[in-house]
Design a protein around this ligand. Structure first.
Ligand code: ADP
Length: 510
């Protein structure tokens, strides 16, 4: 009885444990079913298309969003090939994305889906691999309709295109008008010039000179507007012709030297021998940029110097990028204006703009030209100390061009040369140039030191073969120095080269 009694209790315990387990199992299942129901709700309500792809790439568990996107029935889609719903031309991409979505990596691809009626719909398809379970591996596929985004992109593209076309038409109109204005303007300038060449009273000459200056200013303005509108209408093409950099800079500086020396400014150009001699590019436009920068430097400098330096920035072989720097010791530009001065019609010194003249277009044009030459332009400046305008530009180098810029005549090597110039920059540039020709320059800053150096050289029996003397030194000018040097006892018949600020003037004969 006791035996039966204890057995019955055991059975009762076991039954109760089994019932507990069953209840827990049922609760867990209910929970799972609830999750599945909620997931199904989310899948149904989601606007994105969501489905599972089985291991044979067939649609499974297609949600309403995807059925709507494909304009089909979810049950009809079930079991249908995934690739059959993709535009034939995009299937390769789709296969690649499927292969890429492995392990923990999902993959996305933009492609065209095929709807039931054969029309296409742009979509972004994301494939998410499901870790292999007891059955087979599968992917989840999330599909987002890109129709609205594509429409918006197209609208932006159209608006941009229209804006571009209208700005180009505007530019073309201005370019045309500027050209039309230049023709009669040339007539006014030409006739005024002729009239100025005739016998006139002082009063009449004054009137005509004012007319001439105004016509010149108008001509400059029209030229600038023409350039700017040509650039904006993309009608300006750069030339690609071989040119000699030093020759081009020399000519440009000669024209500007007159203006500089009228203001008592030193003007120097420093192109080291390492910079390529022959370049392929647009010498006319390069000259326009240099003229603008040097012209501004002279305009905004009352004392000191304006120096143009050219160095090689990048030189990979057949293309070279040069760095040009135009430094002045003028009024400088406030930091907040360093950017705006490159905008059209902007001047940094509004209060003195009238006195300095100008249109505020020069830098805007130069900057655009520099960009067309594959470079950029910027400024360093300290108010009251001066400004340095920098720009880079890319040029081709002719295949046959000698990289060592200037040929060095053998006969010059080791030749002693005297350089006398009161300007430190000029002394440095001249000395560097002479050294690059392997000559041996002795550099002095004034006439008295020049005479001493010559006397010393004669005593040492190592006389100068060449003396390069600045004609315009302040204390004893070059002509006096030359006369004194010639008069030194036992002076050898050396060549004395006088450097003049400008080629024009009455001293030419002397
Ligand atoms: P413009 O000289 O015809 O006014 P730019 O575009 O060449 O037009 O120059 C714009 C402005 O930038 C000038 O008006 C001047 O205020 C400033 N600027 C240009 N170069 C210099 C310089 N070297 N020193 C000081 N200010 C300068």
């Amino acid at each position: 009885m006791a035996f039966f009694g204890s057995h019955a209790v055991e059975i009762e315990h076991a039954a109760s444990a089994a019932i507990d387990m069953l209840e827990r199992e049922i609760a867990a299942r209910r929970c799972l079913e609830q999750v599945v129901r909620e997931q199904a709700l989310v899948l149904t309500a989601a606007s994105d298309g969501i489905a599972r792809l089985d291991d044979e790439c067939r649609w499974r568990e297609v949600n309403g969003g995807l059925a709507a996107l494909l304009d089909d029935d979810a049950t009809a889609l079930d079991g249908r090939s995934w690739l059959a719903s993709i535009h034939a031309e995009d299937r390769e991409q789709a296969r690649a994305a499927f292969t890429a979505a492995q392990g923990t990596e999902s993959a996305s691809v933009e492609l065209r889906l095929l709807r039931r009626d054969g029309s296409t719909v742009p979509a972004r398809v994301t494939l998410i691999p499901v870790p292999p379970g007891p059955e087979t591996a599968a992917h989840y596929c999330v599909v987002r309709d890109l129709t609205d985004r594509r429409r918006a992109e197209e609208e932006v593209r159209l608006t941009l295109r229209e804006a571009e076309a209208s700005s180009r038409a505007n530019g073309e109109f201005v370019a045309h008008m500027s050209h039309e204005i230049r023709t009669p303007l040339a007539g006014i300038i030409g006739m005024t010039e002729l009239a100025l060449g005739t016998a006139l009273s002082t009063e009449q000459r004054g009137y005509l000179e004012t007319a001439m200056a105004s016509a010149d200013a108008l001509c400059q303005l029209v030229n600038d507007i023409l350039d700017l509108s040509k650039i904006e209408a993309r009608k300006l093409d750069l030339e690609a012709v071989p040119f000699d950099l030093r020759e081009m800079l020399g000519e440009t500086m000669r024209v500007l030297a007159l203006q500089a020396h009228q203001k008592g400014l030193e003007l120097a150009c420093d192109v080291p021998a390492t910079v390529c001699q022959t370049l392929v590019g647009d010498p006319g436009r390069l000259r326009q940029i240099v003229t603008n920068l040097v012209g501004n430097a002279i305009k905004f400098t009352e004392r000191g110097e304006v120096v143009v330096r050219v160095t090689t920035a990048i030189d990979p072989g057949e293309r070279v990028t040069l760095h040009f720097a135009v430094a002045d010791t003028g009024i400088g530009i406030a930091p907040e204006k360093h950017r705006t001065i490159f905008e059209a019609f902007t001047q940094a010194h509004a209060s003195t703009a009238r006195q300095h003249g100008g249109t505020g277009l020069g830098l805007a044009i130069s900057m655009q030209l520099v960009e067309m030459m594959g470079g950029r332009m910027w400024v360093d400046s300290v108010v009251g100390k001066g400004s340095t305008f920098h720009f880079t530009a890319r040029f081709d180098v002719p295949a046959a061009c000698t990289r060592a810029a200037l040929p060095v005549p053998v006969s010059l090597a080791g030749l002693p040369v005297l350089v006398a110039d009161d300007n430190a920059t000029q002394r440095r540039i001249l000395a560097e140039l002479l050294r690059s020709w392997r000559m041996e320059p002795v550099v002095v800053a004034d006439g008295a030191a020049a005479c001493e150096a010559v006397a010393r050289a004669q005593r040492d029996e190592c006389p100068f073969a060449l003396m390069v003397v600045d004609a315009g030194m302040p204390d004893v000018d070059g002509f006096t120095v030359a006369a004194r040097l010639r008069a030194l006892p036992g002076a050898a018949p050396a060549t004395i080269m006088l450097l003049r600020a400008t080629s024009a003037g009455v001293d030419g004969a002397r």
